[in-house]
Design a protein around this ligand. Structure first.
Ligand SMILES: *[C@@H]1O[C@H](CO)[C@@H](O)[C@H](O)[C@H]1NC(C)=O
Ligand SMILES: *[C@@H]1O[C@H](CO)[C@@H](O)[C@H](O)[C@H]1NC(C)=O
Ligand SMILES: *[C@@H]1O[C@H](CO)[C@@H](O)[C@H](O)[C@H]1NC(C)=O
Length: 496
């Protein structure tokens, strides 16, 4: 299964076992989808929202942006493609869907495009990055946005990461003067115009972030243009009051970058490194998804996904960490640590930390290379686990819980199976629709009959609803998705 190997090694899943493709799938009569069946366990009250994932790995199908409800029912499947960061964000004060789609490289990054859809799933913006980049195969790409970040800011820009290949003297770390490495870059792009409004490169700041500080060994096979050394592995960017905070996984650190480009401070997960003194629980490594809240001149809350593992490390529990960074006393204290003691996870790559709401303090975590997402309550207790594939065989780079209301621009789908001359079994679905709660079924003698006859109404039953209708005297059927009595969308008039 070459796709598995490519996808997994791409995100440092080097120890992944190629397992049989035997995770259960769900098929439908009305849509050509085979998304994974998800296993849901719930042990307490949860926050509202749907589960947003983008699985990829050993599964033949269902590699797509997927939305499920908490009962494990599919709500939406997007096109079959590798996606990342599939979620709801606010853009120009409206809820929109954003996701990255593209190709992953074996080296642990990707080239792709960020798609932005409105609540009818119409693509309203397509964000690309078309600067001059060098790729491992030397081939040009339509867009060089990397998969690791697609964050919409409060000024309607998009923050993205990018990886570039550069010749660099690596003799200081046991390489040669002619070696090649990956730069870590981020870009802020104006969503409406696709113009770059800010860009930053680690390689312009070697005095503050020296290559000797990387935790990622050079290794025998790396250092060529085809296999450049991944010194930094930038994997998140967020706006701060006067700049940006970035996560460099291979430095076990977050860095605060001022608007003028200067590296202002380093929050390292390692004791005695960086600009802050850590309490005993604030230690972290190989982290993802650094998020900042309540920033003042005195301090801020920093949340992150603490992988605490790579294939070569001592095995340690992966946790969610919420830290208070005290800028005055230069100290870091741990506010929250999240892990499920009944299901301790060791995630060697990827992952996410999402604060669901300041009111409930619930946190939603995607476990990256481990095909699970979990929700924790305000006491850091696990209340929900959703599994969507075999561990280390299927990954979702990040996983989110989002509230979302959508009424698709496409029509509901209908499939009819005649069971007798006057009766039929009907299947109906409306991919992505969240607002309808029942189906009205109509019959008509011709495809364009002006007033179809109401036959019956049935309650919505998950993604695809089934109904049996009898006593039919005409040859056409149409189904209408409704909220109460209000029609939201009609299928074609279908012959049976
Ligand atoms: C990528 O690196 C090449 C050198 O390898 C350089 O010429 C090019 O400007 C870099 N691209 C960006 C966007 O910095
Ligand atoms: C950027 O701004 C910070 C904060 O004012 C300052 O300390 C730093 O020297 C500035 N860097 C440059 C290159 O101007
Ligand atoms: C931010 O501050 C508010 C007000 O003090 C508090 O309720 C909230 O929990 C804080 N957010 C985080 C993430 O700590």
């Amino acid at each position: 299964m070459p796709r598995l190997l490519a996808a997994c090694s791409a995100l440092l899943l080097l120890t992944a076992q190629v397992t049989a493709d035997n995770w259960p799938f769900q098929g439908y009569r009305t849509a050509p989808f085979l998304p994974p069946k998800v296993k849901v366990t719930k042990s307490g009250p949860t926050d509202p929202g749907y589960i947003f994932i983008g699985p990829r790995g050993n599964q033949q199908q269902g590699t797509a942006a997927l939305i499920y409800d908490e009962d494990g029912g599919l709500i939406y499947q997007g096109p079959e493609e590798v996606t990342a960061n599939f979620k709801v964000q606010k853009l120009f004060n409206e809820d929109v869907i954003t996701f990255w789609a593209g190709n992953m490289m074996d080296l642990g990054f990707g080239y792709g495009t960020v798609h932005i859809l409105d609540n009818t799933y119409t693509e309203i913006y397509t964000v690309t990055l078309q600067d001059h980049f060098i790729s491992p195969d030397g081939l040009p790409r339509d867009s060089y946005i990397d998969l690791h970040e697609s964050h919409v800011t409060d000024r309607n820009t998009l923050l993205v990461t990018a990886y570039n290949i550069t010749q660099h003297d690596l003799s200081a770390i046991g390489g040669t003067p002619d070696d090649y490495m990956l730069d870590g870059m981020f870009f802020e792009i104006d969503i409406a115009t696709n113009e770059i409004v800010y860009s930053w490169s680690v390689l312009d700041h070697l005095a503050d972030i020296p290559i000797e500080g990387s935790k990622q060994g050079l290794g025998e096979e790396y250092g060529t243009p085809q296999k450049p050394w991944d010194a930094y592995h930038i994997n998140s960017v967020e706006r701060m009051n006067e700049g940006y905070i970035i996560s460099l996984r291979h430095y076990w650190s977050g860095f605060y970058i001022h608007n003028n480009g200067t590296v202002m401070w380093r929050l390292s997960g390692e004791e005695e490194v960086g600009d802050f003194e850590l309490d005993d629980h604030a230690v972290f490594s190989w982290q993802h998804d650094i998020r900042v809240y309540n920033q003042t001149d005195e301090g801020m809350v920093v949340d992150l996904f603490n992988n605490a593992n790579t294939p070569t490390d001592v095995v340690a529990a992966t946790t969610g960490l919420s830290l208070y960074v005290d800028l005055v006393n230069r100290k870091v204290s741990t506010l929250r640590t999240m892990m499920d003691r009944d299901d301790v996870i060791h995630s060697v790559s990827q992952g996410s930390y999402q604060l669901l709401s300041p009111q409930t303090s619930h946190v939603f975590m995607g476990y990256g290379s481990i095909a699970r997402v979990k929700e924790y309550d305000a006491d850091n207790k696990e209340v929900l686990t959703v599994q969507f594939g075999d561990d280390n065989a299927v990954a979702s780079y990040r996983g989110y819980k989002c509230q979302w209301k959508a009424t698709p621009f496409w029509k509901p789908a209908i499939a009819i199976f005649r069971t007798a001359s006057d009766s039929a079994t009907l299947f109906m679905s409306w991919n992505g629709a969240t607002e309808y709660d029942n189906w009205a079924i109509y019959s008509a003698p011709t495809v364009d009959a002006p007033n179809p006859t109401f036959v019956t109404a049935v309650k919505r039953d998950g993604f695809e609803t089934t109904a049996h209708v009898t006593g039919l005297r005409t040859s056409y059927l149409q189904v209408v998705a409704r909220k109460g009595n209000i029609p939201l969308g009609s299928s074609v008039m279908a012959y049976f």
